[in-house]
Write a protein that binds this ligand. Structure first.
Ligand code: C2E
Ligand code: MG
Ligand code: MG
Ligand code: MG
Length: 286
């Protein structure tokens, strides 16, 4: 009996492996087809000045419009495309689409916006990254100073030499740099001064429990204080409530994004929201 059961278990396990590799093949095919058929879209989440709620720019966030599955979130496919190398063409597609959108807004009178684009650690270490960025900036005719690249704290800390070289090259081009998901890695804050970084994005996990966790308040205070000492702008992620907004303003955090202001929007919705450059004024201080 035991033997049978054992055998059964083994077969079951084997079956799962089989199914999973077939599923991976399927996913890989779907992703390649998706790239050909332009199923990858960019959504835009407003980034606002916390004192006035003026929209100062957007973060570009990828979505996959799958013919059967609908809109697929990045967490469901980014790790996979990083593994398979598809992150390189797909990442460039996001950068190009975001720059084209920014150009279109500029042409329609919405000037001075900053476009933030996430950079995967795999793109970051890719040999043609800088020439690809230069080419896209030239093709879309946007000013490098209007582009901001978001690199996670972990990506920087795990590749400090590449990070120093890359951030210096970006700075020489006047492209801005943000450290994303700050506080989730293990960098020493002082170490940051080695990188020509413009801003720090405080991870959503610290913002989430801000009102009932004094420790998070202290962490945000410390990040803000050292960031300011290094002339960096502080951006808070994931602001969902008025209370969180009030706390973050008091702590001296300049910018923020979150569902309180707007969820990531498609190109049409983002264009519509720009018609009121200042969001819902009863939330602003002045
Ligand atoms: P991220 O760069 O930290 O982006 C912020 C994430 O927080 C986005 O999730 C956004 O929708 C979400 N968010 C913003 N405000 C709120 C809020 O108030 N509440 C909650 N619950 N969530 C909020 P999204 O779009 O699912 O993206 C997840 C992650 O996937 C991003 O985190 C980024 O690491 C990665 N990602 C997205 N687009 C790209 C891309 O084009 N390239 C690369 N390499 N990574 C990307
Ligand atoms: Mg980001
Ligand atoms: Mg982030
Ligand atoms: Mg985050």
């Amino acid at each position: 009996k035991a033997k049978l059961k054992g055998k059964g278990c083994y077969q079951f396990f084997d079956m799962l492996m089989y199914t999973s590799s077939i599923q991976n093949l399927q996913l890989n095919n779907d992703l390649r087809r998706g790239l050909e058929r332009q199923e990858f879209l960019v959504y835009y989440q407003p980034i606002v000045k916390l004192t006035t709620l003026e929209i100062i720019g957007f973060e570009a966030l990828i979505r996959w419009q799958h013919p059967q599955r609908g809109l697929v979130a990045p967490s469901e496919f980014i790790p996979f495309i990083e593994e398979t190398g598809l992150i390189i063409p797909i990442g460039l597609l996001v950068l190009k689409q975001a720059c084209q959108q920014l150009r279109l807004w500029e042409q329609n009178g919405y000037s001075d916006l900053i476009m933030s684009v996430n950079l995967s650690v795999y793109q970051f270490a890719h040999p043609t990254l800088l020439e690809d960025i230069d080419r896209i900036l030239a093709e879309t005719e946007i000013s490098p100073a209007c582009l901001k690249l978001e690199i996670t704290e972990t990506a920087i800390m795990e590749n400090t030499n590449t990070a120093i070289l890359l951030t210096q090259e970006l700075q020489a081009r006047q492209i801005q740099i943000s450290i994303d998901d700050f506080g989730t890695g293990y960098s020493s804050l002082g170490y940051l001064s080695q990188f020509p970084v413009d801003s720090i994005k405080i991870d959503r996990s610290f913002v989430k429990n801000i009102s009932d966790n004094q420790q998070n308040v202290e962490i945000i205070k410390a990040i803000t204080s050292i960031g300011h000492t290094l002339s960096m702008t502080i951006i808070a992620e994931g602001i969902e409530t008025q209370q969180q907004l009030a706390y973050l303003r008091d702590l001296g955090c300049e910018l923020g994004q979150g569902y309180l202001f707007a969820k990531p929007l498609n190109s049409e919705q983002a264009t519509a929201i720009l018609k009121h450059r200042i969001l819902d004024t009863n939330k602003a201080i002045n």
